[in-house]
Design a protein. Structure first.
Length: 264
């Protein structure tokens, strides 16, 4: 294989060789179905690398995600459906078509206007009768799905005027949940809990906070503090279950103060 090929063409040729007769038995056995968990795993590893801030690791994990794309394109190419070049060309055409303020004569003065124009162009491409919410995968995790649905609805004007409306909805849903709990209606409690979570995610969008990242950070903070409490309990020769809630709560506050000092 010529070493002077550009990186993308070389990658595509390497994959073709791996899938060809006499190539790698494992790569030749893979199907679109068997690659699904691989794509999911590599995506999570990429997100972790982005959080770590390790440039070398980031580049490596981007490559692993790209491998999954090239792999799937190779399978479709073998079927005579489409190639990696076809996918790249379709994407380039779509980006040009949906950015008329860059590649055409339209104007867009803000990100919000760009997104609204994007949605209008997208709807015109897909034809009449489609919902503005189409394109949100049913299998998305609930938190991410809520974010995507709300963002899509906003692009066609179905949204609060500002953050005050969104936070007001949070208070309203919290009150309704409290009422459901007081009544002891299990079905309504579940429904109102969902409404409250959905409204919190919506408020996060207004204040420019990614709900998924914020919740992940809170979970990590809780885990770090809880593990520190466990360690301190062990150092005292005790067991967590033998400690009173007051003792554990006091340790929690102490750990929280110490970590706050460390992180400023």
């Amino acid at each position: 294989m010529a070493e002077d090929l550009d990186g993308v063409r070389r990658l595509v040729q390497v994959m073709r060789r791996l899938r060809a007769p006499g190539g790698c038995p494992w790569d030749r056995e893979q199907t679109l179905q068997t690659l699904k968990p691989c794509l999911l795993e590599e995506t999570y590893e990429l997100l972790d690398a982005m959080d770590r801030g390790d440039l070398a690791l980031h580049a490596e994990e981007l490559g692993d995600v790209l491998l999954q794309i090239v792999f799937q394109c190779a399978i479709r190419e073998e079927e005579g459906r489409f190639s990696f070049d076809d996918v790249a060309a379709m994407l380039a055409d779509k980006l040009i078509r949906r950015h008329p303020h860059v590649f055409g004569g339209a104007t867009a003065e803000s990100s919000g206007e760009v997104l609204r124009n994007w949605e209008v162009i997208k709807q015109s491409e897909k034809g009449k009768g489609r919902s503005a919410l189409d394109g949100v995968p049913a299998t998305l995790p609930a938190l991410l799905k809520a974010q995507r649905i709300q963002a899509k609805a906003s692009r066609v004007g179905f949204d609060w005027a500002d953050a005050s409306g969104a936070i007001g909805k949070v208070h309203e849903e919290l009150s309704e949940l409290a009422g459901a709990v007081a009544e002891g209606d299990a079905a309504r409690i579940t429904e109102e809990t969902g409404d409250l979570l959905f409204s919190v995610v919506n408020y996060c969008r207004f204040i420019q906070v990614d709900a998924e990242s914020a919740l992940a950070g809170a979970a990590q903070k809780f885990e770090t503090r809880f593990r520190e409490i466990e360690q301190r309990v062990r150092e005292q020769g005790k067991d967590m279950k033998a400690c009173s809630l007051a003792e554990l709560d006091a340790m929690w506050d102490e750990v929280k103060r110490e970590q706050s000092r460390v992180h400023g």
